[in-house]
Design a protein around this ligand. Sequence first.
Ligand code: NAD
Length: 497
Amino acid sequence: MKNKYLNYINGKWVKARSGKTLDSINPANHDEIIGSVPSSSEEDVDDAARAANEAFKSWRLVPPPRRGEILFRAAELLKKHKESLGEIVCREMGKVLPEALGDVQEAIDMAYYMAGEGRRLSGETVPSELPDKDAKSVRVPVGVFGLITPWNFPIAIPSWKIFPALIAGNTVVFKPSSDTPVCATKFVEVLIEAGIPKGVLNLVHGEGSRVGSAIVKHPDIQAISFTGSSATGIQLETVCGSLHKPISSETGGKNPIIVMEDADLNLAVEGAVWGGFGTTGQRCTAASRVIVHQAVHDRFVKQFKEEASRLRIGDGLKKTTQVGPVINRSQYEKILAYIDIGKKEGAELILGGKPYRKGECARGSFIEPTIFIKVKPEMRIAREEIFGPVVSVLKVKNLEEAIQAANQVDYGLSSAIYTRNVNDSAIAERDLDTGIVYINASTIGAEIQLPFGGTKKTGFGPREAGGRGGALDNYTKWKVIYRDFSGKLQKAQIDKE
Ligand code: NAD
């Protein structure tokens, strides 16, 4: 018997109007169906958008500290359910259990953080140029937000969007990835238990091209927050532009680690293994390129290969596993195609490069950790996002060449440099054209209290996470209020002769 999950619209669990469903499959074992969810369409989105629009009328007037109390309860409940949520993340998305628990932890952190923002949603009070008049700016909610999320952080990324959207007084139509709909449903169940009123948070499952597209175009949905691939992001930005609808999109990456000649090589190797193969290379911040100074290149490569070859591949639920499956069949094919492209482009494959089918792994989508050396910046494997366990190593002569290679891609999410030279680290910090720069740490591991996002094709619009300068700017708009208590017509300075 497979578990059946539903949409959540206007405070009720409902089927898709069409009655159609789609299955979610365990990427470590294709025989296991995690559950079936509604395969929704435009009319379901319409129901959700109407409910959210109606609920906005009252939710926007709930004092933000009260909204914060609900989020605080959500944080406590997420803590309580952390183990079971982590397990479902592991089974549905494939990441290893400790990382799956981390996915939930990020949502807990974000819930606490945004709960606190309920008491800090501040604007400015400034003096007026006229007597008996005051002037201030306040943050107001935008309205109904359409939130569209990917599969690789199936609880964390929805939390990055839902919590700031709600604390600011918006209501939500949420469409999770059709690869991880059960995680999203379990997450929404917790938020309902925390006391989110009906209509404030609506969940609509289904295919991106149908449900996501209907959300973006719906006239009652005032703004969009999207995380996913650059191709989809750019498509949605174009549609939103034509509709005059604000959108923030967080998209792909091709994140480099630079290893200088004076680096702590053990640390750099550890960082490259964790950044390149953690989450099976399926993080937007994954270190898919390592740019190594020629003086330490051969030593680094030897050690990197040794360490990566020891990684244990398997089902993420097994305690010994370090690298889980890739999410689905089409990603699996895409990654293998890129490995082929790398070989044809003349890069040298020194590790992996093949599907991994030993024992139980034959039932899932597993690919060996793969390393290419002799990669040139112009090769496709050095420029395009593969989103799998494939790392390209590039050799450079000096820092200048390293930074040039690092920046020579269309993406700009995260970068890292390993060096003990304070001047080199300062130059890298200044010149690496990415939204996040790490010094002596890998490209992954961003913290939620600072803005998250990137440059170039990695992002568009305000950043995620963080407070001011980050998520709050995304989910609120400014209103400026002038109050004249002089009892007479006072002309502004520009209108006086
Ligand atoms: P995707 O673009 O295929 O899908 C993302 C979401 O958009 C899904 O919910 C999908 O159903 C929906 N969608 C797809 N086509 C749509 C359309 N035409 N209209 C509206 N919605 C549509 O991405 P994915 O494969 O789920 O995720 C992997 C990508 O996400 C990678 O490129 C990765 O770098 C990126 N990512 C970026 C960040 C970041 O913060 N920068 C974080 C995580 C993942």
